[in-house]
Design a binder for this molecule. Structure first.
Ligand SMILES: *[C@@H]1O[C@H](CO)[C@@H](O)[C@H](O)[C@H]1NC(C)=O
Ligand SMILES: *[C@@H]1O[C@H](CO)[C@@H](O)[C@H](O)[C@H]1NC(C)=O
Length: 159
């Protein structure tokens, strides 16, 4: 998985800006017997690399993830908005602060526009069991000025 993410990141770095109207390829963030997470960048300007080291149906409170991106914007502050849908119905929306001026949770907080981030490590998340089904997730990372840093739509398949 590590090699894959590194390869993806290199490829992201080499992709021309202003990719046009074509959709970005669908990536597999993780795949296990009972759980599969696929995602696609919905930022017209760039793709990014993301993977989860293990993909258990019973999500552990500490997941190890890998994330690589080139910053379109500085991230003195960074927030994540998540919208979860099942069969077209909105189930859950939440917003989560990742970098705050007084509470930078990660080493990459405060990085500037144009810099590259590669994070491999744990994230705190609520541990829970994902009920069987197919879910659509919209994710948006944005900074202190509400400028988009990354955007993705994902599909979660849980058997
Ligand atoms: C992302 O959204 C597009 C357009 O709605 C859809 O065709 C695609 O399957 C979605 N990708 C994933 C990985 O959910
Ligand atoms: C989530 O946000 C969308 C768009 O703002 C809204 O239409 C939807 O009702 C919200 N869903 C929930 C469960 O709050």
């Amino acid at each position: 998985m590590q090699g894959l993410t590194a390869a993806l990141l290199v490829w992201t770095l080499m992709s021309p800006q202003g990719h046009g109207r074509e959709a970005w390829p669908t990536h597999t963030a993780c795949r296990d017997e009972s759980l599969q997470i696929l995602y696609q960048s919905c930022d017209p300007l760039q793709d990014f690399g993301f993977s989860v080291d293990q993909c258990p149906k019973q999500l552990k409170p500490n997941l190890n993830i890998r994330f690589g991106i080139i910053l379109r914007e500085g991230i003195e502050e960074l927030f994540l908005d998540v919208a979860l849908f099942s069969k077209g119905l909105s189930i859950l929306n939440f917003s989560y602060p990742i970098c705050e001026v007084d509470l930078p949770k990660f080493s990459f907080c405060g990085r500037r526009k144009g810099e590259q981030i590669y994070y491999a490590g744990p994230v705190n998340n609520p541990g829970f069991e994902i009920p069987e089904g197919e879910y659509q997730v919209l994710l948006e990372l944005y900074n202190q000025d509400h400028s988009t840093v990354a955007c993705a739509n994902a599909t979660i398949l849980c058997f």
